[in-house]
Write a protein that binds this ligand. Structure first.
Ligand SMILES: NC(=O)c1ccc[n+]([C@@H]2O[C@H](COP(=O)([O-])OP(=O)(O)OC[C@H]3O[C@@H](n4cnc5c(N)ncnc54)[C@H](OP(=O)(O)O)[C@@H]3O)[C@@H](O)[C@H]2O)c1
Length: 222
């Protein structure tokens, strides 16, 4: 089995790489190269690392090159940024708003579209979304631009699913995870989240259509 994990230098992406290596998979992992000691510490025999900033024009082609011709059983895009969590969206600069949307919504779909033909017919395409991207579940507000970016990601995944009706496509909420993004107070370790995500994706593998799941495999309200 072979997986591509995009955004694997640290956090949930790194934990997903470790989890799939432990499950005996071959893994292609991407990093921006700004510090990837975690990846280097993993067992390297079944791991291939490629340097790519997902916002670079050439990133999808570089990642496709590293993936090679052997089809993927799983493509999971984890790279993402929080942006300004405090400021209402309408008070952000256009540049600050756009950069979060580009990284969290446009970049994943650019990678997914570019690599769609590298995913095996029964394979899975997943992007790490967030429950904060749930429009129906937004009763508290806050995190405006982050919420907007994950709602946009979910919408673009559904557009992709309509164009590719036989595909298994998952928007994945990873839980509240102890990473640089959520801090030490979060409830899950990255590895617990990754284990849950891998189990949830395995349970869903081969099912056509686009679903929004959490790390326990439970449906999340769009
Ligand atoms: N932690 C949570 O509680 C939580 C909850 C819901 C959803 N999520 C989502 O889970 C995903 C992973 O987040 P995390 O918690 O693991 O955060 P993290 O520890 O801050 O890691 C973010 C990852 O994204 C990479 N990244 C950011 N911008 C990139 C770019 N332009 N090109 C390539 N890589 C880039 C980072 O690479 P560098 O090391 O180079 O910066 C890093 O590997 C994100 O999509 C996030 O929105 C997290």
């Amino acid at each position: 089995m072979k997986a591509l994990v995009v955004g694997a230098s640290r956090g949930i992406g790194l934990a997903l790489v470790a989890e799939y290596l432990d499950r005996g998979w071959h893994v292609v992992a991407t990093t921006r190269g700004r510090g990837d000691e975690g990846l280097q510490a993993l067992e390297q025999e079944r791991l291939r690392v490629v340097v790519a900033d997902v916002n670079d024009a050439e990133a999808p082609a570089a990642i496709a090159d590293a993936v090679g011709v052997e089809p993927l059983d799983l493509l999971v895009h984890s790279a993402g940024v929080l942006g300004d969590a405090e400021t209402p969206a309408g008070r952000l600069t256009p540049q600050d708003f756009a950069s979060v949307l580009l990284t969290n919504a446009f970049a994943p779909l650019r990678v997914i579209e570019a690599l769609a033909d590298r995913v095996a017919a029964g394979g899975t395409v997943a992007a790490v979304s967030s429950i904060l991207g749930s429009v129906g579940g937004n009763g508290t507000g806050g995190y405006d631009v982050y919420r907007a970016s994950k709602a946009a990601l979910n919408t673009l995944l559904r557009c992709h699913a309509v164009r590719n009706p036989g595909r298994c496509i998952v928007a994945m909420h990873p839980g509240w995870v102890r990473t640089a993004m959520s801090g030490d107070g979060a409830s899950l370790t990255p590895r617990d989240s990754a284990r849950g995500i891998a189990d949830a994706l395995a349970a869903r593998a081969g099912e056509p259509g686009c679903v929004f799941l959490d790390w326990r495999g439970r449906a999340v309200d769009w």
